[in-house]
Structures are given as C-alpha cells and as structure tokens.
Design a protein. Structure first.
Length: 250
C-alpha cells in the first residue's frame, strides 16, 4: 500500500513539475502525455514486450542450466573451483555494451543472439549463489552422511542440492532482471528490424518522440519488475510447500 502511495505521489510531483515549470513536452513530457502515448502504442508495446520476454526467458533458462551445472562441478572439486571460478567473475566485470556486439557479430542478428546476450549477463548470480549454497552445509550433516556410507553423488543430490535451493532461487531472482536488460540491449544492437523493446527504444530515440520513448522505457521497467516478482513468488511458493523454507533460507 505504501509503495502505491509513493508511486502516486511521484506521478503527481512529476505532472506538477511539468505544468508549473512550463517545460516543453519535447524535452520532458508529463505522465499524462506518456500514458496517452502508451495507450496509442499499446498493441506495438504488447508485441514488443512478448518478444523481449521470450528472449529473456530463453536466456534465463540457459543461464539456469549452465550456472547450476557449473556450481555442481565447483562444489565437488576445489581444484576446478579455484581454476575456473575467476573466469565466472569476469562475466560480471565485462560491460554488457561490449558483450552484445561480439555475440551478435559471431552468431548473427537473430533471436538466438539476443537470448545468448541475455544468458551471458544473467549467468553470474546463478553460479555464485548456487555455489555458495552447495558449499555452506552444516558439517554435522556431512559427517552424518559419511558415517552412513553415502557416496559423493548421494551427498550432492540428497543433502547439498536441497540445502542450496534458497540460494539458487535468490540467484534466479537477481538474474531475472539482468536477463531482461540483456535481451533489451541485445535487441538494441541487433537493430530496428527486431520486434522487441530494445529495437523500439532505438526507433523512438531516433524519432525524438519523448512521450513514446518514455512509454517504451516504462514498459521495459514494468517487465523487469514483473519478472522479479514472478520469480520471487514462485520461489517462495515452491520452497514453502516442498521444504518449509523461504528465500532467506529460514
């Protein structure tokens, strides 16, 4: 409720600033002009949002699979973890604006390249969170499994994986927003021929229609917020129903 009140207050302040400051809408459109532009572009925005969401979901799915498997390997071998984990950190340090052109030039200007950019950007939090969860196991539980003759695989599947699920879902929750950003940036570099939010932002920037540009940017923000909320709700629901845990690990 408080979040809604703050949002309404910000919209009111924004509109009053435009009115009282006599700011030209070409430079800074008010929320009424943005809402009108969004309604005018509603069909285009829906199509673009669907395309971007599909690319982001594909990229996030790839990063979940690759990141989880990498974390499994890191949790089982200290040598491999020390040798390869720094390269996973590099994924977070390389600017997305540098990754996107390389991927697009290498794999072509299509849907797969956009999904791949999204997956590269969203991979790091999944690797780090899942690896942390797989390694932060109660030593007493590990001793119990050893005393009962559990194999390394049995310990991984029956102890480490269940205990790491809150960390995994926290990583996916963080990565969901990054996946949206990656898809939009990928579409931006692919060009206006790709029907997504990134290409739409590029077109509206070129046309200097600020109201429509703001409407497209706010739609992108809403998509990222919805993705974050959906992953959070899904993670909380699954953990509470199956394991009686939350994303905080309690």
């Amino acid at each position: 409720m408080r979040e809604i009140l703050v949002f309404v207050l910000l919209v009111v302040v924004w509109q009053l600033t435009v009115w009282l400051g006599s700011i030209h809408p070409v430079l800074f459109p008010g929320p009424a002009a943005v809402a009108t532009a969004a309604w005018k572009l509603r069909l285009d925005l829906l199509e673009a949002t669907f395309r971007t969401a599909l690319a982001a979901f594909t990229g996030l799915s790839i990063s979940v699979i690759v990141g989880t498997l990498s974390a499994f390997v890191f949790s089982q071998s200290t040598l491999i973890r020390r040798a390869l984990y720094p390269y996973a950190v590099l994924l977070q340090t390389i600017p997305i604006i540098a990754i996107a052109p390389i991927v697009i030039v290498s794999f072509g200007r299509g849907f797969f390249s956009i999904a791949l950019v999204s997956s590269v950007i969203s991979l790091f939090p999944i690797i780090t969170n899942t690896t942390t969860g797989l390694l932060q196991i109660d030593p007493n539980l590990l001793d119990l499994f050893r005393l009962n003759g559990a194999t390394r695989l049995q310990t991984l599947l029956k102890l480490r994986v269940p205990c790491s699920l809150p960390f995994l879902f926290s990583g996916i929750r963080i990565a969901s927003g990054s996946a949206i950003v990656g898809a939009i940036v990928g579409e931006f570099f692919v060009g206006s021929g790709q029907p997504g939010l990134g290409a739409m932002i590029q077109r509206k920037s070129a046309s200097l229609d600020m109201a429509e540009l703001y409407a497209t940017v706010f739609t992108s923000t809403a998509l990222g917020t919805l993705a974050f909320a959906a992953v959070s709700l899904l993670g909380e629901s699954l953990l509470r129903r199956r394991f009686g845990m939350s994303l905080g690990g309690r």
